[in-house]
Design a protein around this ligand. Structure first.
Ligand code: FES
Ligand code: FES
Length: 160
């Protein structure tokens, strides 16, 4: 059975018929073809599926899309603005903070939520904000440095 959903994603309103059992993660990837949001454990444990819902990081594998029809959903595809990467994307690229990249969309969005709330976080606050997103590649050091760099707003002053 399918249901008609109206979802506000990355500033655009989408109407989509989707199977009633699908999670937000599945609707984003399979029906809206926004595959930047990654499919990991589907159990709420890895954080790879995080998106921002009304500015708050949420695990899209645990959200039913019908619950968020009146919310603003931001995925990694919506991070760039007017063709320019978000400062976090620039900082991740500058510092090589992505390796396989599987965790990167969730890291970027979670870090954006932090910086929107706390523009100059201490390192410990960054660690805490990103703690729910697992990275199997980087050891986290460059990711945390990239968030600090984006917070500084100056790619020239990178220290890794
Ligand atoms: S896929 Fe959602 S937390 Fe792992
Ligand atoms: S870069 Fe591979 S899981 Fe984080």
């Amino acid at each position: 059975m399918k249901q008609l959903l109206t979802l506000n994603v990355n500033g655009e309103r989408h109407e989509v018929w989707a199977a009633v059992h699908k999670t937000l993660l599945e609707v984003l990837r399979e029906d809206l073809h926004l595959t930047g949001t990654k499919h990991g454990c589907e159990l709420g444990e890895c954080g790879a599926c995080s998106v921002l819902i009304d500015g708050v990081p949420m695990l899209s594998c645990l959200v039913l899309p019908v619950e968020v029809q009146h919310s603003e959903i931001l995925t990694v595809e919506g991070l760039a603005h007017n063709g320019q990467p978000h400062p976090l994307q620039t900082a991740f690229a500058e510092l090589g903070a992505a390796q396989c990249g599987y965790c990167t969309p969730a890291m970027l969005l979670t870090a954006k939520a932090l910086l929107d709330h706390n523009p100059h976080p201490e390192r410990e606050a960054i660690r805490q904000a990103l703690a729910g997103t697992l990275c199997r590649c980087t050891g986290y050091t460059k990711i945390i440095a990239a968030v600090e760099l984006a917070a500084q707003g100056n790619p020239e002053s990178a220290h890794v």
